[in-house]
Design a binder for this molecule. Structure first.
Ligand code: HEC
Ligand code: HEC
Length: 262
């Protein structure tokens, strides 16, 4: 009997003590991270679990293929946030992707209701479990045409070549008009939801700068004449032919016919 109790205590202690190196349960000592700990309890704990260790659930499914997601859970409520770092926390909070409104939905851009200070606090708390810092892209040193080339190769299949968004199985890759340079750099390194993650080996920081520069360029492209047809190419241009050019031709024929008859 005593053995059973001892084991129960050990297991209990083990559960409480889950977490990565040095990440103790309870509020961190630094005031900003400590404030983040309280906000975490209010907004994130229900899905991401105590100590940001993630929460499993046998019945609900949560998709995602990002860093902390693959190994930890196939059937989870929220993935572990240990090791995702300030980088992912900053991205998911400033885009309004988190807190997720309900389990099972694709994170989407939502109005951010947390204040800047609250976001910094949550980021500090999550960063206390380790992981990469917030990146500092330098798009001004990038090259637009190089960026177009890289974007076409790695991103356009989902986001469409001028970054207007698209469709893939099970998810909607968003248009990138609202993504700041920092968020583009973050998204590339994280691979949110079904988006693949690009490591330094896939894309160097220099190449990433060119991609960021290109994405900035797509937000305000110089228009080489003609109408802005949503920059989509063949389909709308074809539609213009059908709706404007052909009726114009018909009218012209009618007018000519009347002329010839009279
Ligand atoms: C397999 C399809 C796929 C590929 C390839 C892909 N993405 Fe994504 N991307 C997505 C999806 C889906 C989302 C939405 C993620 C979510 O909802 O959590 C997304 C989100 C983003 C966002 C956040 C946009 C926002 O405002 O919400 C950025 C920025 C981004 N991608 C940039 C890129 C760049 C740059 C590349 C190429 C290096 C790339 N993506 C490659 C599918 C893809
Ligand atoms: C309703 C459940 C839910 C709530 C509430 C929630 N999350 Fe999430 N979170 C998820 C799911 C599901 C994912 C995986 C999404 C994906 O694949 O992109 C996720 C992903 C994340 C990620 C990215 C993890 C990675 O592997 O890159 C971060 C960071 C994050 N959440 C932070 C937060 C924070 C901070 C809060 C509280 C303000 C919060 N979440 C609230 C369900 C939730």
């Amino acid at each position: 009997m005593r053995a059973v109790v001892t084991i129960a205590i050990l297991v209990g202690a083990g559960l409480l003590g889950t977490g990565s190196a040095g990440a103790a349960s309870g509020p961190p000592r630094k005031p900003l991270a400590a404030y983040g700990y309280h906000l975490y309890g209010e907004y994130c704990l229900s899905c991401h679990g105590a100590n940001a260790a993630g929460r499993m659930n046998q019945t609900s499914t949560s998709s995602g293929s990002g860093p902390g997601r693959e190994q930890k859970q196939q059937n989870g409520i929220g993935p572990s946030l240990q090791g995702v770092g300030a980088l992912a926390a900053d991205f998911y909070l400033r885009t309004g992707y988190m807190p997720l409104r309900h389990i099972g939905m694709q994170p989407r851009r939502e109005p951010v209701f947390l204040s800047n200070h609250q976001i910094r606090a949550l980021v500090a708390y999550i960063a206390s479990f380790g992981g990469p810092p917030i990146p500092k892209p330098q798009p001004q040193t990038g090259d637009v045409s190089k960026g177009l080339e890289l974007f076409t190769e790695h991103c356009a299949g989902c986001h469409q070549v001028v970054a207007q968004g698209g469709v893939v199985t099970g998810a909607l890759p968003p248009a990138l008009v609202n993504a700041t340079p920092r968020q583009v750099a973050e998204a590339v390194r994280i691979g949110p939801y079904v988006m693949p993650k690009f490591s330094q080996r896939d894309l160097t920081d220099r190449q990433l700068d060119s991609i960021v520069r290109y994405v900035e360029f797509t937000k305000n492209p110089s228009r080489p004449g003609g109408w802005g047809l949503g920059y989509l190419g063949p389909v709308p241009e074809g539609l213009v032919t059908w709706f404007i050019a052909i009726p114009a031709l018909i009218v012209l024929c009618l007018l000519l016919g009347r002329r010839l008859r009279s």
